[in-house]
Ligand binder design. Structure first.
Ligand SMILES: O=C(O)c1ccccc1N[C@@H]1O[C@H](COP(=O)(O)O)[C@@H](O)[C@H]1O
Length: 229
């Protein structure tokens, strides 16, 4: 396993979780603006939590997660919180419109169950390759469900990508080894209960995702921000 794995911790709702991400040098932290998620934060709350990042010497890049958002919803989030990257759950066509409208690096969620689902086109700064939600799911992500990681091993990825879905501190190293991912994303796998992050689990997850000797990923800040469009 390489020391260059990038890590995103998603769905921060409390100061202690943000502090753990800074301390462990997470590359990205995600604020979840989907109101039906247990990880939802209002734009005002996201601003409060982002202030901790802004005061830190090491600053994870702030990602805003939106599900089928209206322009007004994104506008309101951006008016309060210093979101650097938009992570979108939307059709590629709609995501391109929003990317053009807001001029922010944009990550598109790509739900997969098998190799046939892997995207061939890469029109975004990053693709978040994650498990297709179960049929009875109430949200498109954050369900703690994994897909067969090996399906991405031989995939000719059309753009940078990130592995997500059901990752945990005790499985992330194997997931990286099997999938070939150089970046990973987790929400429920580092929580005490839905929406409440466990700082120890965050620490264990990041240590497991990276080479034991690496204290931070090899993603320089410019590339973590995925460069402005
Ligand atoms: O976390 C959520 O509640 C959520 C809601 C709606 C869309 C996406 C959501 N989370 C994203 O899904 C991945 C995987 O989650 P998990 O690790 O399986 O719990 C997560 O990293 C978020 O990017």
């Amino acid at each position: 396993m390489s020391g260059a794995v990038g890590v995103k911790i998603c769905g921060l709702t409390e100061e202690v979780g943000v502090a753990a991400c800074i301390d462990c040098r997470a590359d990205w932290i995600g604020f979840n603006f989907f109101s039906r998620s247990p990880r939802y934060v209002t734009p005002e709350r996201a601003r409060e939590l982002a202030a901790i990042v802004k005061a830190a010497a090491f600053q994870p890049v702030i990602v805003g997660l939106f599900v089928e958002p209206s322009e007004q919803e994104i506008e309101r989030a951006l008016a309060h919180a210093p979101v650097v990257v938009m992570q979108l759950y939307a059709s590629p066509e709609r995501a391109l419109v929003l990317r053009e409208r807001f001029g922010l690096p944009t990550w598109l969620s790509c739900p997969v169950s098998d190799a046939a689902d892997l995207p061939a086109e890469g029109r975004f700064e990053r693709l978040v390759v994650e498990s297709r939600p179960p049929k009875d799911a109430t949200r498109p992500g954050g369900n703690g469900v994994a897909f067969p990681w090996a399906i991405t091993a031989d995939w000719a990825a059309p753009s940078p990508w990130m592995l997500a879905g059901g990752l945990r501190p005790d499985t992330v190293a194997q997931a990286i080894a099997e999938s070939g991912a150089v970046a990973v994303d987790v929400a429920s796998g580092v929580e005490r209960s839905p929406g409440v992050k466990d700082p120890h689990a965050i620490r264990r997850f990041i240590a497991a995702a990276r080479d034991k000797n690496a204290t931070e990923s090899a993603f320089p800040l410019e590339s973590r921000g995925d460069a402005a469009i």
